[in-house]
Design a protein. Structure first.
Length: 105
């Protein structure tokens, strides 16, 4: 059997490096604790989600980094995931919402 060619390793390394660089830029801008105001944005989004009737807000995790809100968790089928994303977009200071909420079956 022949071993993988060094160019294959170089190509894989280049792809990993290209994927990691944008994340490094975010951390360099704000640090590992996030930007000023990120904690306030997270609190505001959680409060807005708690106000939504029929939304399992306790099943939705909210994190903010560089004013980008990350939603995760698992909700029931229906519009809960879309509702959570729409509500998160209305919070002051939010520049983007990344919705990673899974829908249970």
């Amino acid at each position: 059997m022949s071993s993988p060619k060094p160019t294959l390793y170089a190509f894989a390394f280049a792809i990993v490096l290209a994927a990691a660089l944008p994340g490094c830029a975010t951390y360099r801008k704000c640090g590992f604790n996030g930007c000023d105001g990120d904690a306030k944005i997270t609190a505001n989004v959680k409060a807005l989600l708690d106000q939504q009737p029929g939304l399992q807000s306790n099943a939705i995790g909210v994190e903010t980094l560089n004013h980008v809100v990350y939603l995760n968790g698992t909700v029931n089928p229906g519009l809960e995931s879309q509702t959570a994303e729409s509500v998160a977009r209305t919070a002051p200071g939010v520049t983007q919402v990344v919705n990673s909420i899974a829908v249970s079956r």
